[in-house]
Design a protein around this ligand. Structure first.
Ligand code: SF4
Length: 942
């Protein structure tokens, strides 16, 4: 009998070429190896040499192939032929598209540049888009930060020159106790997973503070199921316990923070609450030896931390004394806040004690000498191995800025920032407020804006207000209502433009921002605003230009579509001028490049923007003779210089590729990046690895690399003095005065020391009528709204039930398969419900951006995303319920304007199950790309 082995090829050739680029399936920017076969993408794996992910790839990253071959991809520029919102378009050429755009935008620029509102989503190219808007001359530019996590970023910068996530990272190799607050799996994916696995290997304790126990919170050693919006109170209670026990790092506070600085305590003074400075502008402390004020950095001065001193007739008190008085108050005792936070007083005491134990009993010392910026030499580097991470669950509340500040204060009093085992910054951070611009908003018809749009206000003089006190910007950022709105307020643009408040605009130009659906509060209302017509039959928002790679919901509302490429077909740079891919040990940046040429008539948005810029003759985009300065984004990336020798990419500068951070443009730069795996990395010298804000070696190295132009050491701001300047104005001091109705809010909110107040929606609705908190998260398998049309990923999350706690489930007698009405002060929806016990008992939640409008994303009309999927956005309004003062206040943080998505209060009731369709049902939009095939399989062609 013959036995024949089957003729199997056990090692088939899976690819004939590997192209290394950067993932864009979420914002983590991992390195990927794209395997090509016969010129097509065959599969994607992680790049093992890459600093961010070291070969790790997540579900989203591997599913990039389905993103690239998605049937929902737009194919050519289009102009609207139906009514807005219908989704009917005619394909046109790029020449015609640019002609239409330029004919509209050219005259605006010459006469009234503010009539262009240019806002972009999560696009990772803000250094280009902001530069373009500045050259156009409109004050109306921002990216998506105002509705995402500006509270986190701004609170971090104002407090310690950097925040979480893209700004820094825990010392994963040394930290022994790690606390996360409000962290879902969408922001910070592979890097945090890799870090958590290191902690697990070493047996470090992970504490997850989150109303919902999914993802990282599910693998935490301890889950604290906090009541939404009370994190600040919880953290301040831990600070109370630590102060009471004397468990604070006084040496750290003395050396590296403004804790000993003297604060003017004379309420009659125009400088009340401001810090005492000498004639050279240097901060002053009370010297322990002489008892007199002295410059804090004068040799031999040892500051006093408490008491009061009279100097030149005025009383002063150290910041530390104000801080201890405030937080030792019984109001912050664990017993006083426990019920409110949904955490027992015993747990608060215990967690504070654990933090103190790890920080002070298990300190780490590294045998590495270093020198501080005053020239003092230190033989070792000593650190406190507790670290923290927080994200949007903290940020997206109306008390988010101060809550983020409270977390930073906790880190700082424990002495655990920029030390071994603690939280560490990633270049170009740390960078204090002084290293950032102030906001600019002064326009000149036909000319550029007077400076960068976004920045950090230092006082009322930096607000974007006209002489009459009206807002300069369409989103009303940098006004008395939200003086520190450092990322703008994209979520207010459409409603303000529709209302003509503060003025009417002509063109709304947006990129990669699904504003008619999951990226807006009050989605139905926004759709109505985008389609509303005036008495002449003209659209109230006259002209909408939109760029997207896919047939999203927002596409249907545009008059002109500029089709973007997928992330595998484009050039991009993840730049030090924006938020790069650096690690705490190294400065790094990276690129994307077209590993596949587009097979459609599409262009990378950044290239299209550059080409439109040169057609409009914008300075910075044309040569002296009017010719185009850059052919496309690749050309711009290589040749644009923001400062002499400093451009979008820091690596391989100079003609020979030797320049690191600084150097003349190198025509071969992109090829060098491609040869190097798509990224560039330069290790920080060992003596500069910690204490970066105060480390001479780091400061000198950062200047060499073009991060700063001169050493910029600074102190952490426990006490944020610029906030007091707004408060002083609200107290009637100074020339620039807020409107009377905002004085009380400014005095409460702009406290220079972190405080907590109840979320505004909670203060404005009847909490007995709306007893539940309602939240959303993005899942680990999806980040952008485009994830739920990805053929692989939608098999993981095709629908999104409302998860309710066991208590709510029992109370309403829900059964498996039931539906519920969910009602807020603004709206009512009908949704499927599922029981989840690992949940704060007074909270319901769902995955965001799974629900889709029929006809969008090339999905079938009966796709589960469009029939069972839903959005909580229908329940949220950009304004709070009327308060009785005749005004409708913004549903946002009063400091930064951050959208308060997670303040939402609702009630649930059992609903009939028979039709099994979620409500509200939005009429279908026509699909300019048709409908995707029923089955998608790789056959060389998708
Ligand atoms: S974590 Fe984000 S960037 Fe990294 S592979 Fe996954 S989707 Fe891509």
């Amino acid at each position: 009998m013959n036995h024949h082995q089957p003729d199997l090829d056990t090692s088939p050739e899976v690819s004939d070429e590997i192209r290394k680029t950067t993932c864009y399936m979420c914002a983590c920017r991992c390195g990927i190896n794209v395997h090509m076969k016969d010129g097509k993408v065959k599969y994607i794996e992680g790049n093992r040499d890459h600093p961010i992910n070291k070969g790790v790839l997540c579900a989203k990253g591997s599913a990039g192939i389905m993103q690239h071959y998605s049937p929902a991809r737009l194919r050519a520029p289009m102009k609207r032929v139906g009514e807005r919102g219908e989704g009917k378009f005619e394909e046109i050429s790029w020449d015609e598209a640019f002609d239409i755009a330029a004919k509209r935008l050219g005259p605006i620029r010459e006469k009234a540049p503010h009539k262009l509102a240019f806002f972009t989503g999560r696009d990772q190219s803000q250094s280009l888009t902001s530069f373009w808007a500045q050259q156009f001359g409109t004050p109306n530019y921002a990216a998506h930060g105002g509705f995402c996590s500006v509270n986190m970023a701004a609170a971090g910068i104002y407090t310690m020159g950097g925040a979480f996530w893209e700004f820094g990272v825990p010392d994963w190799d040394r930290t022994k106790m790690f606390m996360i607050f409000g962290v879902a799996e969408d922001h910070d994916s592979n890097p945090i997973k890799m870090g958590l696995s290191k902690l697990k290997e070493r047996g470090a304790k992970i504490v997850g503070v989150n109303p919902i126990r999914t993802g990282y919170n599910a693998i935490a050693d301890e889950w604290v199921g906090i009541t939404p919006g009370t994190d600040g109170l919880f953290v301040l209670a831990m600070i109370h316990v630590l102060l009471k026990a004397g468990k604070v790092d006084l040496d750290y506070l003395m050396r590296y923070t403004n804790a000993p600085m003297l604060v003017n305590m004379d309420e009659t003074s125009n400088e009340f609450g401001l810090l005492l400075r000498d004639l050279q502008g240097q901060f002053m402390v009370q010297d322990r030896v002489t008892g007199k004020p002295a410059a804090f950095d004068k040799k031999g001065v040892k500051p006093v931390f408490s008491g009061e001193i009279t100097y030149q007739g005025t009383k002063y008190t150290p910041v530390f004394q104000l801080m201890t008085e405030k937080y030792l108050s019984d109001d912050y005792a664990p017993e006083a806040v426990a019920d409110r936070c949904g955490i027992s007083a015993e747990t608060i005491h215990r967690l504070a004690a654990e933090l103190a134990h790890v920080a002070f009993e298990q300190e780490i010392t590294i045998d590495q000498p270093w020198t501080d910026w005053k020239g003092e030499k230190h033989e070792t580097m000593t650190g406190r191995p507790v670290s923290f991470h927080a994200m949007r669950g903290i940020s997206a509340h109306s008390n988010g800025f101060q809550t983020c500040r409270a977390i930073h204060l906790l880190q700082i009093i424990l002495g655990s920032v920029e030390v071994p085992g603690g939280y560490r910054f990633k270049p170009p951070y740390p960078k204090p407020v002084e290293g950032h611009p102030t906001p600019h908003s002064s326009t000149t018809p036909g000319g550029p804006l007077n400076g960068p749009h976004l920045g950090f206000t230092r006082g009322p003089e930096d607000l974007a207000l006209n002489a009459s006190g009206t807002p300069v910007r369409i989103d009303k950022a940098f006004t008395w209502e939200n003086p520190m709105s450092s990322h703008g307020m994209m979520h207010m643009v459409i409603s303000n433009a529709h209302a003509g408040d503060p003025y009417k605009i002509d063109t709304l130009f947006m990129y990669m921002a699904n504003m008619s659906w999951n990226s807006s509060m009050n989605s139905r209302g926004v759709m109505d605003m985008l389609t509303d017509k005036d008495e002449n039959g003209d659209y109230v928002i006259p002209n909408i230009i939109y760029s997207d790679a896919y047939s999203s919901e927002m596409v249907a509302f545009a008059d002109l579509i500029l089709p973007d490429t997928t992330y595998l077909e484009r050039h991009d740079c993840i730049s030090l001028l924006d938020r790069p891919i650096s690690e705490a040990d190294a400065v790094c940046d990276s690129i994307r490049w077209p590993v596949v040429e587009p097979d459609r008539d599409v262009r990378g948005f950044q290239s299209a923007l550059i080409q439109l810029g040169s057609k409009l003759g914008l300075p910075g985009f044309v040569n002296e003779d009017g010719s185009a300065k850059y052919a496309d984004y690749a050309d711009y990336i290589v040749n644009h210089e923001r400062r002499p020798g400093v451009g979008p990419l820091a690596g391989f500068r100079n003609k020979d590729g030797s320049g690191k951070g600084r150097g003349e443009p190198n025509p071969e730069q992109l090829n060098k990046y491609i040869e190097n795996g798509g990224f560039w990395k330069d290790h920080i010298p060992d003596e500069a690895l910690f204490f970066k804000p105060w480390n001479k070696a780091y400061q000198d190295w950062a200047v060499e690399r073009g991060i700063f132009d001169k050493p910029s050491p600074y102190l952490f701001s426990i006490y944020v003095e610029p906030m007091q300047k707004f408060r002083l104005a609200a107290m009637g001091k100074g020339e620039l005065q807020p409107p009377d109705h905002l004085r009380a809010q400014l005095i409460e909110a702009m406290d220079p020391l972190p405080v907590w107040w109840a979320p505004y929606e909670e203060q404005g609705v009847d909490c007995e009528e709306y007893p539940l908190h309602a939240l959303t998260q993005r899942p680990a398998a999806m980040y952008h709204s485009w994830g739920s049309q990805n053929a692989w990923l939608r098999q993981i999350h095709g629908t999104n039930p409302l998860y309710v706690s066991g208590e709510v489930w029992t109370k309403h007698r829900f059964n498996e398969g039931d539906w519920a009405y969910v009602t807020s002060h603004h709206g009512k929806i009908k949704v499927p419900v599922v029981r989840m016990d690992a949940l704060n008992p007074n909270t319901v939640w769902t995955w965001n951006a799974i629900g889709k409008r029929k006809g969008a994303w090339a999905l079938g009309e009966n796709a589960p995303e469009a029939t069972k999927g839903f959005l909580l956005n229908h329940l949220i309004h950009e304004l709070l319920p009327p308060k009785g003062d005749g005004l409708r206040w913004s549903n946002s943080d009063p400091i930064t304007g951050q959208a308060a998505w997670y303040d939402l209060r609702v009630k649930v009731e059992k609903a009939p199950t028979e039709d099994g369709v979620s409500q509200p049902e939005t009429p279908a939009q026509a699909s300019p790309v048709g409908q995707g095939p029923k089955d998608i399989a790789y056959g060389g062609e998708f």
